[in-house]
Design a protein around this ligand. Structure first.
Ligand code: SF4
Ligand code: SF4
Length: 312
């Protein structure tokens, strides 16, 4: 295994997405960082002595695309899937909502593990595909775009590290078919990192922001209904082709949902608005906006400065 030079990177952006791997959140300790062409020794197969061990004690975050894939595999709506197979947790100190896979009741085992292995293997979540690799967002000094950094995760129960097979991170990612997942999850990760980087000084986002984040990130069927409402139609400029894609194509809807979030959470101009729509919307909401602004200023004034570091 070779070590990639990491001097050019800012501090680790510890997105808690792959917390199954016990990422050292808030820790100054950096795991050994790997690049795409670094090689790792690892193999996992049905005949291995630890087969299924990694599915017996689960604790990992689901990404938006994980939820779409699993709910379609199980012929459920995203709302039904969330109810049956996930439990909520906070992605950050402000209570940004996250979802983890819910294990079997009174156990820590995954609901999808069987004697023969994973019953949803073709649709297994991102964290399961990456294991025993971890991934984290890294930001190169002076640049705004995130880069992926990889690291190996060695847990005592996993015997895959003793198997005599070497392959590069790039080959491993291809083998596990994570590239498409990463492509669809990238904007979501970017939103979380942006939110975390903003820190506590901009105040706690409104409950409405969190509701929209939840809807657009996880409950895609609910978000689809939201895009079909009159008020949504009055706000955003969509061609007939785009409208059809949002109604029929989950991946198109997910990509749109991320642009929508960047617009409503950070004010980025990611989606074209109808002429005059922003003004009408502002007029409707200006009292709420002014009240929230006052609340944020007051919360900042009363904050305990010692908490600033903890919530980064
Ligand atoms: S989804 Fe499949 S691979 Fe992932 S923990 Fe569950 S059984 Fe294991
Ligand atoms: S080798 Fe590791 S990843 Fe594969 S089944 Fe065993 S514990 Fe799980």
């Amino acid at each position: 295994m070779t070590r990639e030079h990491d001097r050019d990177f800012d501090a680790l952006t510890d997105v808690p997405i792959f917390d199954r791997f016990n990422l050292p959140i808030g820790s100054p300790v950096r795991p050994q960082q790997l690049g795409l062409d670094d090689s790792v020794q690892f193999n996992c197969h049905k005949g291995i002595s630890c087969f299924n061990e990694c599915c017996m004690n689960i604790d990992f975050t689901l990404t938006p695309y994980d939820i779409v894939r699993l709910s379609r595999r199980l012929a459920l709506t995203t709302t039904q899937f969330i109810t049956l197979f996930t439990h909520p947790y906070d992605l950050d100190a402000h209570g940004m909502p996250g979802l983890k896979m819910k294990p079997v009741e009174e156990s820590t085992a995954c609901q999808f593990v069987t004697r023969e292995g994973c019953s949803v293997y073709e649709h297994r979540p991102t964290a399961c595909r990456y294991y025993a690799l971890g991934i984290m967002g890294m930001r190169r000094k002076g640049e705004s775009m995130l880069e992926d950094g990889y690291f190996i995760v060695k847990e005592p129960h996993c015997k895959g590290h003793d198997e005599p097979r070497e392959l590069t991170v790039r080959e491993y990612r291809r083998e596990q078919k994570v590239e498409h997942y990463d492509d669809l999850n990238r904007e979501w990760l970017d939103i979380i990192v942006k939110k975390r980087s903003a820190g506590p000084t901009v105040g706690r986002p409104s409950d409405r922001s969190f509701q929209l984040f939840y809807l657009a990130s996880y409950d895609l069927d609910g978000f689809r209904q939201f895009t079909q409402t009159e008020s949504f139609g009055a706000m955003f400029e969509l061609t007939a082709k785009e409208r059809t894609a949002l109604d029929e194509d989950d991946e198109a809807l997910l990509r749109f949902a991320m642009k929508f979030l960047k617009q409503v959470l950070f004010g980025e101009k990611t989606l074209p608005l109808k002429n005059g729509a922003a003004h009408v919307r502002y007029e409707q909401r200006k009292d709420i906006i002014a009240r929230r602004h006052e609340q944020n200023i007051e919360a900042y004034r009363l904050r305990d400065p010692s908490e600033d570091d903890e919530s980064q």
